[in-house]
Design a protein around this ligand. Structure first.
Ligand SMILES: O=C(O)CCC(=O)C(=O)O
Ligand SMILES: [Fe+2]
Length: 209
């Protein structure tokens, strides 16, 4: 496929800092990612997500209630490899279109248990100035309309008023400018599965001592 596949997505990002797309990734890839996440979670490989400054992150489940597992290129599962190949094509296309100088990506699986959500936030604020584009890909199988866990989006110039409410339907892809768009996850009523990550404009991670 040519980069034309990203045209509509880039137009939306240019116009409103945000794009929401269904069906861009093949269903069997979505399923492969979900199965990998499920097995890893069953094997106890997810950890509670943390909030706050990157040097001293804290677990505050009333603010952020998901458990996560970072993707690891060394693990090299077929689903991860396919996803990473696709995300690299997207990274290159984003650079060609928006001159963002995106050098790398980071992704984690996330699982929100019933009752868990994520309070309104901006992704750049957690001591993460190099996050430029946020990607969220929803993986939950057989989601029902009353399962909760909607993503709420707010306009940068009017952050108090809800702008859009997005149901986390399997295969739905949300991309937005990390420094611009406040967002929140409403409490889930059934387990909610996703992939979340960032396109970054820095190189190799320099870990703070
Ligand atoms: O899963 C979502 O809909 C949003 C997750 C999120 O905001 C984050 O992980 O920073
Ligand atoms: Fe976020």
């Amino acid at each position: 496929m040519t980069e034309r596949e990203f045209d509509a997505l880039f137009r939306d990002i240019a116009e409103q800092g945000l794009s929401i797309t269904d069906g861009l990734l093949p269903a069997d890839l979505i399923d492969g990612l979900y199965r990998e996440a499920l097995h890893a979670w069953q094997a106890g490989r997810f950890s509670p997500a943390r909030v706050g400054h990157s040097r001293q992150p804290q677990r505050i489940s009333a603010i952020r209630g998901d458990t996560i597992m970072w993707l690891d290129s060394a693990s090299g599962s077929p689903a991860q490899e396919r996803f990473i190949d696709w995300s690299e094509r997207l990274r290159n296309a984003l650079n060609q279109n928006f001159y963002l100088g995106l050098q790398r990506t980071e992704f984690h699986y996330a699982r929100y248990d019933a009752g868990r959500g994520y309070a309104r936030h901006i992704d750049q604020h957690r001591g993460q100035p190099h996050r430029r584009i946020t990607l969220i890909l929803y993986l939950t199988p057989d989601r029902r309309p009353d399962d909760g866990g909607e993503l709420c989006l707010y306009r940068p110039e009017e952050p108090e008023r809800e702008w859009l409410r997005v149901a986390p339907e399997r295969g739905r892809l949300v991309l937005f400018r990390s420094e611009l768009i406040p967002h929140a996850v409403l409490p889930a009523r059934r387990p909610r599965w996703s992939m979340t990550g960032w396109f970054r404009n820095d190189g190799i991670l320099l870990q703070a001592a």
